[in-house]
Design a protein around this ligand. Structure first.
Ligand code: GLC
Ligand code: CA
Length: 549
């Protein structure tokens, strides 16, 4: 039997911003339980929850102080058990987000480790002496500044690749790996359907050589997790791997190697950055780049790896604002982007609110932002002489907070997210963009996603078919075919706000052995889309999925 996750779609919930049920302004587990029927209606098979564990929330739960207990604001372990049970009743699996690379500095291990140089937990973390009165080396934190923080009690520095409240664990100490495997087994026993492994590529770090990602023993550690935890059940395990290329992707996801089901790689996500200048730099997307990168990953694996497919998550701006048009053609472009992604080979992920076309937010001042990465970057760059105006422009385009505005359920108070004061700004466009309105309208983005999720279940070619890029050189049209034993699906997407013409028939005939003049429409984001593949006139952001009749 093939793996369940191959024809599945996963929905990511960012619990803090999903639904608040007790009026404290913070989303909670009961809120997720309340919306399971909504997720069932969308048709998803699994829900990935961003971390729900005890945390001082320096990085919204990615700083964990107890991996076996629930964050007070989110609820209790009983609530969590009820969530597992209620999800199971609806055939939905719960994917747990494990932060294996670091803990909170308030985790008891770190509290012990910092007490003295000979504390038994000292080797759980990465402590080093100063070098000539300075930090041990030039490693930098992803959240700005040095990756080393001075620790007075023992006159030493500890490593933190992220915030200084997220000290890095030391996997060169076998006890750490053992602890993490025990935690994974704890959640498997509770009923987890799988894991999302936060920045897992960092755990093989060799800090003294300034090696952080893709360290020499990384795959050995992951294989050990597989043997002692993941292989116990039929789980989906996805690793967050920013630095992976296709070869590395195979190391992780080739089933023969017994590591992960798939990885998140981010090559397509960096295409609107100026090369070498990092995520805050701004550059318009060149569609030819997107075609090249996505096609490269589509063609990378042949039974020796598997892709995840995603546009969004809690760290990324909203795709309709990013690669689509969140003004005039918001609905059309959101559906176009969905069609493009869900027609590909791999496991699609939907981030909360994507299914109703939620957009970025532009808050007027930096004080209104919450995300630690955004705030630290702003402080650092202002000190370096950047202007507020320039930085706010980048923040509006790229801040992680774009993804973290509360879910828009209704056009009522606080978009139906909370009866209290929301922990973070609600996007003012909730009056138009909300779940209630989407469910009322048969042409909504929501129902488009619902159809895409269903098609993946119905059409084997969408799961297993080969991928072939069509009209590779066209700068405005992204078109491709999926082919499996005589079944053919063709996806044609206009990435442009103007009409475009394209012919894919000749190329298609070459791939399918000359057969198939007759194509029928499986799905479109317009009424009356054309069916003559030798001459398609596409309207702005028009996207059509065809099937060989
Ligand atoms: C991952 C998470 C991000 C977090 C970071 C540190 O990239 O997705 O939200 O800040 O790891 O844990
Ligand atoms: Ca709450």
């Amino acid at each position: 039997m093939d793996k369940w996750w191959k024809n599945s779609v996963v929905y990511q919930v960012y619990p803090r911003s999903f639904l608040d049920t007790n009026g404290d302004g913070i989303g909670d587990l009961n809120g997720i339980i309340e919306k399971l029927d909504y997720l069932k209606l969308l048709g998803v098979d699994a829900v990935w929850l961003s971390p729900v564990f005890k945390s001082p929330n320096d990085d919204n739960g990615y700083d964990i102080s107890d991996y076996r207990d629930i964050m007070d604001e989110f609820g209790t372990m009983e609530d969590m058990e009820r969530l597992f049970a209620e999800a199971e009743k609806r055939g939905i699996r719960i994917i747990i987000d494990i932060v294996a690379n670091h803990t909170s500095d308030e985790h008891p291990w770190f509290q012990e480790a910092k007490k003295s140089r000979d504390n038994p937990y000292r080797e759980y973390y990465v402590f080093r002496d100063n070098v000539d009165g300075k930090v041990p080396n030039s490693l930098e934190s992803v959240f700005s500044g040095s990756a080393w923080e001075y620790q007075e009690e023992t006159d030493s520095y500890y490593l933190h690749c992220f915030s200084k409240k997220q000290p890095d664990l030391n996997y060169e100490n076998p006890k750490v790996l053992k602890e993490m495997i025990d935690i994974e087994n704890f959640w498997i026993d509770k009923g987890a359907g799988g894991f999302r492994l936060d920045v897992i590529e960092n755990i093989g770090k060799i800090p003294d050589e300034e090696i952080i990602v893709n360290g020499p023993r990384l795959h050995e550690y992951i294989h050990e997790m597989y043997k002692q935890a993941f292989s116990r059940k039929d789980l989906l395990v996805v690793g967050e791997c920013w630095a992976a290329d296709e070869q590395i992707g195979k190391l992780y996801s080739n089933p023969a190697r017994e590591e992960l089901s798939m990885i998140f790689q981010f090559e397509h996500i960096g295409l609107d950055e100026v090369e070498g200048e990092g995520k805050w730099s701004l550059k318009p997307l060149n569609l030819l780049d997107l075609k090249r990168i996505l096609s490269k990953w589509q063609n990378a694996f042949h039974g020796d790896g598997w892709n995840s497919l995603f546009w969004n998550n809690h760290d990324l701006p909203r795709i309709v604002s990013r690669f689509g048009d969140d003004g005039t053609y918001r609905v059309e472009s959101a559906k176009m982007l969905a069609t493009l992604l869900h027609g590909m080979k791999g496991t699609p992920y939907i981030f909360q609110g994507e299914e109703i076309g939620m957009t970025n937010i532009s808050l007027a001042t930096i004080d209104e932002y919450e995300d630690i990465e955004t705030l630290n970057m702003y402080r650092e760059k202002i000190a370096e002489g950047w202007t507020d105006e320039k930085l706010m422009e980048s923040i509006h385009a790229k801040s992680r907070d774009n993804a973290r505005t509360p879910m828009q359920w209704t056009d009522g108070l606080n978009a139906g997210f909370t009866s209290g004061t929301p922990w973070f700004a609600v996007n003012p466009n909730y009056k138009q963009i909300n779940v209630e309105a989407a469910l009322r309208n048969p042409d909504s983005i929501f129902y488009h996603y619902q159809k895409l999720v269903r098609l993946r279940k119905e059409k084997k070619v969408l799961v297993d078919g080969d991928y072939r890029l069509l009209c590779a050189d066209d700068p405005d049209i992204f078109a491709y075919a999926r082919i499996l034993d005589g079944q053919v699906v063709v996806v044609v997407c206009n990435f442009h706000g103007d009409a475009r013409e394209v012919s894919v028939m000749d190329e298609l005939a070459g791939l399918t052995g000359g057969r198939g003049e007759e194509y029928k429409i499986l799905l479109s984001n317009y009424k009356d889309s054309g069916c003559d593949l030798s001459r398609l006139e596409l309207r702005p952001y028009e996207a059509v999925m065809y099937e060989l009749a």
